[in-house]
Structures are given as structure tokens and as C-alpha cells.
Design a protein around this ligand. Structure first.
Ligand SMILES: [Zn+2]
Length: 260
């Protein structure tokens, strides 16, 4: 243990064991806060699997939607996962995506055509959009990296007391929960717009109202996986930071007025 001074006040640094307790508590709090995420993911998977027996009712409309979307003119290709050499989860219909680099919509159209409209929505966002929506998808990867970095920032021990002058990294540490949340927002918004455009395409290409209702359920649950990650991720980072602050910040030493 040692002492540090800021503005004439003496502070005592914390014992390594106290710092370790803080770290364990922060990790526990973080995993508790994030614990609903797998449940949200499973609920989405269940919802999409429920529609697999209805796939034939979606498929023709999906192919039509792709034809009329204008995406072909932009060079977008549809890769039907069941006939191509793609990763297994795409073949099995557990996963679908729009790859903006290859300009490919990849999915098993014999299983999850219901999800395909959303992927067309991503392609439209990337290639045919207004109001800067296309930039949101470009912020996806950097957003994930920044949010991940904030988890790391949250568990640093604080070497300075609360009132000490703050450096740039102190400001980042002070706000890491907010930064983690904000970094995810472009993805949360872009996912919502992709679903909105997907549902519109489905309506226009002849998917009936009852199925549109089911599609909306799938898309809402899919979206909850993203908004959940943003909100709970931000909260987990925030809580870890607060706990680490409590356990690792040097504490003021009560001022003594000398011996009489
Ligand atoms: Zn998506």
C-alpha cells in the first residue's frame, strides 16, 4: 500500500486483495446482467423455426421480391445455401446474411425464406438508401470493436482518486458504459430499418397478412438480440466500472492536525 497526493489531499491506495475482490464482483455483476442474452437468442431461433413448415408460402414471394427490388441491377446475387458450398449453419437454415463486400444474399430458401426479406432490406440499406442509412452498416464492425474495448476499459483499476485531474483515458473510463451503448446504436438502427424494408417488400410481393404478422414476430425477436446486446452490454460495462471504482480508487486519508 502506498500514498498519493492530489491538491494537497493525501490518499491511500488500495490493497491488491481489495482490488481482486472488486474484479470478481465486477465480473459476477457483468455476467448476471448479460445472462438474459442467450434466452433472447433462443426465443428468436424458436420463432424462426416455427415458420419453417410454412416456408413454401414465403418462398415464391421472396424470389419475386428479389426480382423486383432492383438489387440485381446493383450487382447483388442470391446464393441459395442449399445448393452452394457455404458454411453449414447457412445450409441448415440456422443463419442468413447479406454480405456487402461480395454483394450476396445467402440463405437456405427451402427453409427460411421468411428471413430472406430482412436480408434484402440490408442489401437495400447498403445500395439503395437515403439519409445516410448506408453509413450505418459501415459503422457495424467499428461499433462492435469499440463496445468490446469498453468491456476492457471497465475492469481497469483506478490509480487516481475521484477529484484528480482527468486525462483522456480517464474520461473514456468515466463514460465507458455510455460509449459501449452508443457504439452499438448504428447497428441497432440499421437492423430495424432492414426489417422495416423487408416487411414492406414482403407485403408488396404478395405475402398474406397472417404471414406478415408471423414475420413481424420473427423480426421483433431478431431485433431484440441486437437491442438487448446494446442495452445490457452498456449496463454491464457501466456496472463493472462502478464496482471497480468502489474497490480500487485510492481513498482520502482523514487530515490530522498534528500533535499538540
Ligand atoms: Zn440483420
Amino acid at each position: 500500500m502506498s500514498y498519493v497526493y492530489y491538491n494537497g489531499q493525501e490518499y491511500k491506495t488500495r490493497a491488491p486483495l481489495t482490488e481482486m475482490e472488486g474484479f470478481l464482483l465486477a465480473s459476477t455483476a457483468s455476467s448476471l446482467i448479460l445472462s438474459p442474452l442467450p434466452y433472447i437468442g433462443r426465443s428468436f431461433q424458436k420463432q424462426i423455426n416455427k415458420e419453417i413448415p410454412n416456408n413454401h408460402l414465403y418462398k415464391d414471394s421472396f424470389i419475386r421480391a428479389f426480382d423486383v427490388s432492383g438489387l440485381k441491377d446493383k450487382g447483388v446475387k442470391l446464393v441459395e445455401a442449399q445448393y452452394h458450398d457455404v458454411p453449414l449453419e447457412y445450409k441448415l437454415g440456422h443463419q442468413a446474411c447479406y454480405d456487402p463486400i461480395q454483394k450476396q444474399v445467402v440463405l437456405n430458401t427451402d427453409k427460411i425464406s421468411s428471413a430472406g426479406f430482412h436480408e434484402l432490406g440490408h442489401a437495400l440499406n447498403s445500395l439503395k438508401s437515403k439519409y445516410g442509412i448506408k453509413y450505418l452498416s459501415k459503422l457495424r464492425a467499428p461499433g462492435y470493436i469499440i463496445a468490446g474495448l469498453m468491456e476492457y476499459f471497465a475492469i481497469f483499476s483506478r490509480k487516481k482518486p475521484k477529484g484528480a485531474p482527468r486525462s483522456f483515458s480517464d474520461v473514456v473510463e468515466d463514460n465507458c458504459g455510455k460509449i459501449a451503448f452508443i457504439a452499438m446504436l448504428p447497428t441497432v438502427i440499421e437492423e430495424a430499418v432492414a426489417s422495416f424494408r423487408g416487411v414492406n417488400l414482403a407485403k408488396k410481393s404478395g405475402v398474406n397478412d397472417a404471414l406478415i404478422k408471423n414475420m413481424k414476430k420473427i423480426y421483433l425477436k431478431a431485433h431484440a438480440t441486437y437491442s438487448g446486446k446494446a442495452v445490457l452490454g452498456g449496463l454491464a460495462v457501466y456496472a463493472s466500472r462502478k464496482i471497480m471504482d468502489l474497490f480500487t480508487r485510492p481513498k482520502p486519508v482523514p487530515q490530522s492536525f498534528g500533535d499538540w
